[in-house]
Design a protein around this ligand. Sequence first.
Ligand code: 6PG
Length: 481
Amino acid sequence: MASSNAIAQIGVTGLAVMGSNIARNLARHGYTVALHNRSVAKTDALLDAHGDDGEFVRTETIEEFVGALEKPRRVLIMVKAGDATDAVIEELAGAMEPGDIIIDGGNALYTDTIRREAAMAARGLNFVGAGISGGEEGALNGPAIMPGGPKESYESLGPLLESISAKVDGVPCCTHIGPDGSGHFVKMVHNGIEYADMQLIGEAYHLLRDALGLGAAQIAEVFTGWNSGELESYLVEITAQVLEQIDAETGKPLVDVIVDAAEQKGTGRWTVKSALDLGVPVTGIAEAVFARALSGSRAQRKAAQGLASGTLAEKPTDVAQFTEDIRQALYASKIVAYAQGFDQIAAGSAEYDWDLHPGDLATIWRGGCIIRARFLNRIKEAYEVDPGLPSLILAPYFREAIEHAVDSWRRVVATAVQLGIPVPAFASSLSYYDALRAERLPAALTQGQRDFFGAHTYERVDREGKFHTLWSGDRTEVSVE
Ligand code: 6PG
């Protein structure tokens, strides 16, 4: 229902599908929602189609929109990340008063959010960068929400955002993440993990298709079976549905008529760039980003058709055993991807002094978001027992899970290599695991090489200090501190 003088508890500007669905979700939970969109036609389309979802206030200008809000005013921006968001923020800030709250619900780059939060604070405004995960369906029926920003603004915002979020065991999939850009940082890492998860599922699909010769429908059944066990998750569930889908036009499995070039809007790339700056080896996420880029380099791939494969091995004949091996390899690699993601969150928390709580993040990621999965309960438990875990892999549950899976993991990676099937995320995750547990890494040689050509010094295993060998002189060693 649209009314002209109602005082709204929140306003939503940017009424594409995500913004419209969030506005509907808010209205369905009893909030009066002021609506604004650059083109009023979108506002009217929403009201025509879903005006009965609850109380809406139709507005045409930013001034009218802001004027329809009770104080302290709360505005949710759902527009494209980047310049469009800056433009809307500037227009809103000019019409709002100290104490009001601007929430950016888009996939903004967290460093932009840090800048914006500081700029708005200087004008007395609260700026909240909130990651919202779950796609269009989640926005309407219950997303996971990751709001950062001033703690005091969460006192006003929290109950509202928690009411519209997904719930697991009655617990909202929403909590105050931390200061300034922390909400968008955590959403960014969520997306990085999402990329890794999707790549790992893709590699499992590739092996089931090309090593075992299974068709899409058969592979769908495999994923459906996996979804009733420890791999239970939204991404495994939808994978089965995508693989079951038949293309109406050709009668073939839809997946067989989709071009095999993956796109990406950028959040996965941001995760890897951030991890490089923070010095965190997010190898699974990085391989996923690069795999998407490689799949999209169509001209190069076309030119590379026919490159020698070398002598390939015989394909596995025990379908049940190799299918189980793939399931184990997928689970182990998934544990590595999440462990790396949580390492990046810990590094970001230290770098930006955010005091993030990994157990809280695992808790709100159990529902609503794209990476929601049964094993997030195990991650929540692991961090509740030991918030300072050096790595998720070292939590007893995950340590044992990998111990159980590692033989299968090695068989799958070795078989894939012998069959010429690319498994960059499976293989890099296994190598990450082996490097993490290795007693002596070849980095000692790297340090020797660096000292040889750059006098960059090295440490010794048998005493404290920094040392340099006089490589161009008598090759004696000198202490340099
Ligand atoms: C979510 C999704 C979503 C994602 C877009 C684009 O949490 O709801 O992660 O925010 O960014 O679907 O995904 P790509 O980065 O793969 O283009």
